[in-house]
Design a protein around this ligand. Sequence first.
Ligand SMILES: C[S@@+](CC[C@H](N)C(=O)[O-])C[C@H]1O[C@@H](n2cnc3c(N)ncnc32)[C@H](O)[C@@H]1O
Length: 245
Amino acid sequence: MGGGKNRRQRGPTHLSPAVRLDRKTLWTLNAVPKTSVYGETLRPFSGQEHRRWDPKRSKLGAAMLRTSGDPADLLPESGQTVLYLGAGHGTSVSHLHDHLCGEANRFGGRLVTVDLAPRCLRDLTAMAAHRPGLVPVLGDARKHAAWGVLLPRRVPWLFQDVAQAGQVEIFIAACRRFLAPGGQGLLSLKAASERWTGDGEAALFARVETALNESGLAVEEVIDLTGYEDHHRLFVVRSGGANRA
Ligand SMILES: C[S@@+](CC[C@H](N)C(=O)[O-])C[C@H]1O[C@@H](n2cnc3c(N)ncnc32)[C@H](O)[C@@H]1O
């Protein structure tokens, strides 16, 4: 993993211009100063307000603290256009937006977020009013025709956290339709959402890894989120193609 990523600013604690790792705590530069999204702590670093990224509230944040590689390699580049399926109330999405877009979308990113729950869309829409670049969509992750028009080009990064039965098939179909060659896909998989076959979680996760590899998505890492989010794994895959997106 790693390599091939050009970051504008990189130091021992800077994962990107807007994400920093400070003694095992992740922080993002707040794109909407003085505003806390889910009750997270705000604090200044070098005079700039940051939001604490709580790994117990965000599987993306948890995976960044647990990866055996460089946590920055789980993020898209600032300024890219990405797809997030299963946005929920926007906890992870808000930190991703800080990173991709920043205040007044100074990085020029675009974050298309899909969720089928109207109550989630209400929160995401309210958030988007202050976060240009965030595009909330009320839709079903399985029904590409309804919202795929928002993504005229394939994306370099796709995240899925739908916690419903058939998560793997939904993810494979979305990667086939939307992920660019060489792009990175992240699947947050909740064991309890899958049909239980009685042979245990380890067997279930192994079957998921096999299914992903057989679909042509190369599994680069399987991250155990136990402790932050029990009974969950985050599968990191790379789509086929000569070049990294
Ligand atoms: C665990 S929550 C997401 C939490 C969010 N990813 C975060 O880290 O803040 C799962 C979400 O997936 C949504 N969902 C479930 N099935 C879906 C589907 N088929 N299409 C779109 N969203 C779906 C649910 O409405 C719910 O908001």
